[in-house]
Design a protein around this ligand. Structure first.
Ligand code: ZN
Ligand code: ZN
Length: 336
């Protein structure tokens, strides 16, 4: 029983927010409700559709009860404890519910050519958004205004919306990797970190750029080029067969050599696709093996409390023969 909306879309094309797919050896049935009758008919190609008149879990239980002594896998990461208990009660003792972890996510990690095309388009769109907002990054603008401008440009370029809350951080606040935009106004001689994601044709991009407003002091330049070098090393380590930890190590080694290892406070990257965080993980201790068709972010950063932070993030497609950087935004050190 698949209930996570993103997985429903992946498996049968249904993009509604409430439904469940019951997959058996020989059949595949999408259960949803009357709000989605037309939508399901239009979207679903790979499953039969059944419109229920009761709650979703009751419909699922109905579909399962016909199979006595069935063993049913459910998505452990996407069903709440109370839903799980309710489903158990509705199904009765003849049905054994077993937690299933990440099987669909594993399939999703490897993109087919159509998905790669969508992701290339999303990455191109994100890159264009960055180029378009550069002219408005001027002293006086607020973080929240710049975030709004970024999301406006995304939509103007055809995106369905942001894939996560846009990060805009000025000056000292850029030392927080996940800063939320505030009403802080930009001043001269401050760092600006922009981390943006757009959803286009269901697929996400994830892009970070750091620019400086004014003439940057030597130490800021040193940090920037250290992060850029770390990113280059990690992108170079991305290859089919490599492990997540080996890519992470490539970035970390560069920053450690340059005396900034302890300032790199997060992992190097993550898979990307229908959701903004997917498999494989590029992190310390990650045994995930990269495969052709994976799309991963590579996003090392350094964060210096009281001064600011620098992060550079691009989306990389793992190919059979070498990788391809999908995001095309300028990576040079920009002093505006
Ligand atoms: Zn990001
Ligand atoms: Zn990211």
């Amino acid at each position: 029983v698949v209930s996570h909306p993103v997985n429903l879309y992946y498996l049968c094309g249904f993009s509604g927010s409430s439904g469940a797919l019951v997959v058996r050896g020989d059949s595949c049935e999408l259960l949803t409700d009357g709000r989605y009758t037309v939508q399901a008919r239009e979207e679903v190609t790979a499953a039969r559709v059944r419109i229920g008149k009761q709650g979703l879990l009751a419909s699922v239980a109905d579909a399962l009860r016909s199979r006595r002594r069935a063993r049913i896998g459910f998505e452990a990461s996407h069903l709440t404890v109370s839903q799980r208990l309710q489903l158990g009660r509705l199904c009765g003792p003849g049905v054994g519910l077993r937690p299933m972890n990440g099987s669909i996510e594993q399939l999703r990690a490897v993109k087919d050519p159509g998905e790669v095309e969508a992701m290339r388009a999303a990455a191109g769109l994100g890159s264009r958004v960055f180029e378009r907002v550069l002219p408005v990054i001027r002293p006086g603008i607020r973080e929240s205004e710049l975030a709004a401008e970024i999301e406006y440009q995304m939509r103007k370029l055809g995106a369905a919306g942001p894939s996560f809350e846009t990060i805009v951080a000025f000056g000292e606040r850029s030392a927080m990797p996940h800063a939320r935009p505030t009403d802080k106004q930009l001043r001269k001689n401050e760092l600006v970190v922009l981390d943006l994601g757009a959803i286009l044709r269901h697929y996400c991009c994830d892009l970070t750029r750091t620019v400086y407003v004014g003439r940057a002091p030597a130490r800021v330049k040193r940090w920037y080029f250290a992060v850029l070098e770390a990113q280059r090393a990690a992108i170079g380590a991305v290859a089919a067969g490599a492990t997540g930890e080996s890519v992470d190590r490539a970035a970390r080694q560069v920053l450690t050599r340059l005396g900034l290892g302890s300032r790199f406070a997060h992992s190097t990257g993550h898979g990307l696709g229908l959701e903004v965080h997917e498999q494989p993980r590029l992190a310390r201790g990650s045994k995930d093996k990269l495969a052709a068709g994976n799309v991963v972010t590579v996003e090392p950063g350094v964060y210096i409390e009281g001064s600011g932070g620098i992060r550079i993030e691009d989306d990389v497609l793992v190919g059979r023969n070498g990788n391809e950087v999908l995001t095309t935004a300028n990576r040079e050190f920009l002093q505006l």
